[in-house]
Write a protein that binds this ligand. Structure first.
Ligand code: FES
Ligand SMILES: [Fe+2]
Length: 428
């Protein structure tokens, strides 16, 4: 057989395809491995499904996914949150197709079974035919276990895994910092947009902890900035770092001076925020509040990557959903402040659009690279993808974690270590 078609070492199990410093490219393209990942990773851990501000009132809901399974996040009349499997207990249709909104109940469109916001089956047409056949109280929409941290809601099918806060561990400190970008107001979701790219979900998992690509693929973004902002984004030569936080989580600090948005409030106001500052002053905001809001408007100087499906990325959430072995949906969720001045939230949206938006200067270039990685995974005789950058120059962080330079692949290795652990545990 030609060397050119010995592509996959199919005798390797998925967990054996992950070594410290390299992963086998079959992990991006093998449909059997993808099916195993849904069971062993996504159905087996805490998965981010949304932010509490997306369901602000009694009757609010949003639809989401745990791996490939559709779920609903709802808030009942007593303001309690529920995560429900989006599957009618009659013959299985989804009961809600809206992305988000308000409702009094979920009515299945097929035969009209009606469920309350907490999932209870309340009513169905021609109930007499079910006399002695079913007990409605035994047929609610299936409920998933869910827990929140700082407004971030996670769900899991597993009743027996560790509490969410234990799973987040060292990442909690960074979530706390991330939530300071409301500028003194609670962080809230301003809006979102979604797109699919023709590539495996792990290409995305890697990307938000990959500073190495920034000055190369994001040249158009950098060239769209004023000089002072371009300097801030020239972080590969700065003091940034990547820290492995355990359980697959990592933080990549690109701009250390923007880690704590409540510190250093006396910084001069950069040119790109002068209009915002003027608008806030015009509204009669105090100078102290103007400074606080302007500093928060930057977003944090880090990407916090929470295994397996969400990144708190500078000023937004990037949520991934595995669709198939070679297709992934990305949600970009723009964040602002609940009750914050309109000018502040408007500026946050404009900054979001500038990089992440469909017509933005950043994400479209990322998308091109991700698609190429997937294409490339089908080519070549060398079956391994390198994630070994910086392995020879590791150090210990102030919190006692393994850390490397900002452009090291330390975060990817942390994510793959957790992936390997989960894939291997089920193989034993
Ligand atoms: S499938 Fe839902 S009512 Fe029949
Ligand atoms: Fe990028």
């Amino acid at each position: 057989m030609s060397e050119l078609i010995k592509l996959h070492n199919v005798s390797l199990k998925a967990a054996e395809m992950v070594e410290e410093g390299r992963v086998h490219k079959a992990l991006y393209s093998d449909p059997d491995i993808f099916e195993q990942e849904l069971d062993r990773v996504f159905n087996n851990t805490w998965v981010f499904i949304g932010h509490e501000s997306e369901v602000p009132e009694a009757g609010s809901y949003k639809t989401a996914w745990v791996g490939r399974q559709p779920v609903i996040l709802s808030r009942d009349r007593k303001m309690n949150l529920h995560v429900l499997q989006n599957r009618c207990r009659h013959r299985g249709a989804t009961v809600c197709e809206g992305r988000k909104g308000k409702t009094k109940s979920f009515t299945c469109p097929y035969h009209g079974w009606g469920y309350a916001l907490d999932g209870e089956l309340r009513a169905l047409p021609k109930p007499e035919e079910y006399d002695g056949v079913i007990d409605k109280s035994e047929l609610p929409l299936m409920r998933l276990r869910h827990e929140s941290y700082r407004g971030m809601v996670f769900a899991t099918f597993r009743e027996d895994i560790q509490p969410l806060e234990d799973f987040l561990g060292g990442a909690k400190k960074w979530i706390d910092l991330f939530m300071k970008q409301g500028g003194g107001y609670p962080v809230k979701v301003l809006g979102e947009h979604r797109f699919n790219f023709p590539g495996n979900w792990k290409i995305q998992l890697e990307n938000t902890t990959d500073a190495y690509h920034f000055p190369i693929i994001h040249k158009s973004f950098v060239s769209s900035l004023d000089d002072a902002t371009a300097d801030i984004f020239d972080f590969l030569n700065g003091d940034g770092f990547v820290e492995d936080l355990g359980n697959g989580h990592s933080v990549m600090v690109m701009i250390p001076e923007l880690v704590d948005l409540e510190a250093d409030l006396e910084q001069p106001i950069p040119a790109r925020f002068s209009e915002l500052a003027a608008a806030l002053r015009e509204e009669g905001r105090s100078e102290e509040e103007v400074k606080r809001l302007v500093r928060a408007a930057h977003g944090t100087g880090f990407n916090l990557n929470l295994f397996p499906n969400v990144s708190c990325s500078m000023a937004f959430f990037r949520v991934l959903r595995p669709v198939s072995v070679s297709e992934t949906e990305i949600q970009h969720v723009a964040l602002g402040g609940e009750g914050a001045p309109v000018a502040f939230n408007r500026k946050r949206m404009r900054l979001h659009e500038h990089f992440q938006g469909p017509m933005g200067f950043g994400t479209p270039d990322d998308g091109e690279a991700w698609e190429r990685v997937q294409k490339g995974s089908l080519a070549g005789t060398d079956g391994w993808i390198l994630v070994n950058r910086g392995m020879g120059r590791l150090r210990q962080s102030a919190d006692g974690n393994v850390a490397g330079a900002v452009c090291s692949e330390t975060g990817m290795r942390g994510a793959y270590r957790q992936y390997k652990k989960m894939m291997a545990a089920a193989e034993e």
